[in-house]
Write a protein that binds this ligand. Structure first.
Ligand code: ZN
Length: 83
């Protein structure tokens, strides 16, 4: 089974649907079993979805929006789960 650290490391590939079928199954199984990682992925997805809208409202460029999303990803990776 993947660790919480693995889930955080592969979160962007998961959201971008870049995982293989077997990786995706393992990923989904971990999310099924781990509420912390479900919440982590949910927050990350929300951040990625909102970043372009925040850019529009704040008149940030796409590069700045991408940096904000990347910073959010790095910060969540720094605060690992219980495993
Ligand atoms: Zn987990």
């Amino acid at each position: 089974m993947l660790s919480c650290r693995d889930i955080a490391a592969k979160a962007s590939d998961h959201l971008d649907r870049k995982l293989t079928f077997s990786q995706s199954v393992s990923y989904g199984f971990h999310l099924l079993m781990c509420g912390y990682c479900r919440e982590f992925v949910r927050h990350l997805r929300t951040t990625i979805e909102l970043a372009p809208h925040l850019a529009e409202q704040n008149q940030l460029g796409d590069d700045e929006a991408a940096r904000i999303a990347q910073r959010a990803l790095e910060q969540t990776e720094d605060t690992q789960g219980p495993q």
